[in-house]
Design a protein around this ligand. Structure first.
Ligand SMILES: Nc1nc2c(ncn2[C@@H]2O[C@H](COP(=O)(O)OP(=O)(O)OP(=O)(O)O)[C@@H](O)[C@H]2O)c(=O)[nH]1
Length: 354
């Protein structure tokens, strides 16, 4: 890949984006464990009030990135808090005596990468850092299952009765916006689909964007550091040509917000039977169309907490670390869905599982 536009003296920053649960944190964890001796500072932005990603990454014990190099931005989606949150964080990072070799930024699964990349054109940042590249992680199984494809016939039919329906679904728009910003697309979770499925995912992804960024395939986010880092694009100089739906709408007078999505945290007591709990959780997720659920469960008699990760109704679980001395044991799950998700009903359904 070309290094022509790499800027000597500036710290390269890689922006990693992709929809909820695509595998961004998993890919970064793998990167930190195989960083070819680079010292990496990590800025993580998560949607939902429970820093699960930060916890997962801090617990990975990789030498490339100590705990002080992991910075969590928790005041909402990074694309909306660029001036208040991201710029001051970057400035502080750059003032450090011991500067990192590379900065990796994980956006929330609901963030538009464009405003973040554009922030690298701010004078204080531009002189010191450049965007090495934007990497968009795709959940190939979710694409194959039609998660991001609107039923256009249905929408067209609804539009006949409601002219205000001029938007694609929020999922479809975000999916396209995150692809539009990409310098490299990682088609992840290839283990969950067959070769024919993967071929149609490639075609579908390609059909969503006019540019042709490189597309690679991965499982469990296993992509070599030499591929992810060192793209040398300087994306901040090109981002004006990769406008999101929201920027285009904004030019037409509409504002961007995250009202289309909602999140809340459910706190529960101990979970006596984790197998049964997870099994029933799948049903709750499917019935209420929960997009993403993640958190930790307290299993009586176990010294470790159980990490629960659901993307749609596919759930992974493993004991990730021991409860720390003095740490209050408890079950805490963050739930993310579309804004019309019935929070009270989901809370009641999940609470009934323990
Ligand atoms: N089967 C399979 N599961 C995967 C793969 N990559 C990630 N996962 C699982 O998918 C779930 C979500 O992965 P994350 O890495 O947390 O996804 P994310 O994009 O960081 O999620 P958000 O930060 O919530 O947007 C976890 O349970 C992962 O173990 C993969 O290639 N195959």
């Amino acid at each position: 890949m070309t290094l022509a536009k790499a800027q000597p003296g500036k710290i390269p920053a890689t922006v990693i984006t992709g929809f909820l649960g695509a595998g961004k944190t998993t890919m970064i964890r793998n990167l930190l464990q195989n960083a070819d001796g680079k010292r990496i500072a990590l800025i993580i932005n998560e949607f939902g009030d429970l820093g699960v990603d930060g916890d997962v990454l801090k617990g990975c014990g990789a030498e490339a990135c100590s705990e002080e190099d992991i910075i969590e931005l928790t005041n909402g989606c990074i694309c909306c808090t660029v001036a208040d949150d991201f710029i001051p964080t970057m400035t502080k990072l750059l003032e450090r005596e011991n500067r990192p070799d590379h900065i990796v930024i994980e956006t929330s699964g609901l963030a538009l990468p464009q405003p973040l990349v554009a922030a690298f054109n701010w004078p204080d940042i531009r002189s010191e850092v450049t965007v090495d590249g934007v990497v968009t992680v795709v959940d190939s199984a979710a694409v194959a299952a039609g998660r991001f494809a609107d039923d256009h016939d249905k929408v067209d039919a609804l539009r006949v009765v409601d002219d205000n329906l001029d938007h694609e679904s929020p999922l479809e728009e975000l999916f396209e916006d995150q692809l539009t910003a990409a310098d490299l697309i990682v088609l992840n979770k290839t283990d969950l689909i067959d070769a024919a499925g993967l071929k149609s995912v490639r075609e579908e992804v390609a059909s969503r964007i006019s540019r042709k960024p490189t597309m690679i395939e991965a499982r469990n986010g296993e992509v070599a550091a030499a591929i992810l880092l060192g793209l040398g694009v300087g994306t901040e100089g090109e981002i004006a040509n990769r406008k999101s739906h929201h920027e285009l709408d904004h030019e037409a007078g509409e504002e961007h917000d995250h009202d289309e999505f909602d999140s809340f945290v459910v706190e529960l007591g101990p979970v006596a039977d984790p197998t049964l709990f997870v099994d029933r959780l799948k049903t709750v997720i499917a019935e209420h169309d929960v997009l993403r659920l993640k958190g930790f469960a307290d299993i009586p008699g176990k010294p470790m907490r159980l990490l629960i990760q659901a993307v749609g109704s596919r759930i992974d679980q493993y004991y990730d670390r021991a409860w720390a001395p003095g740490e209050a044991r408890g079950t805490r799950l963050v739930v993310i869905g579309l804004h019309d998700m019935d929070e009270a009903a989901v809370r009641t359904a999940i609470s009934a599982l323990v």
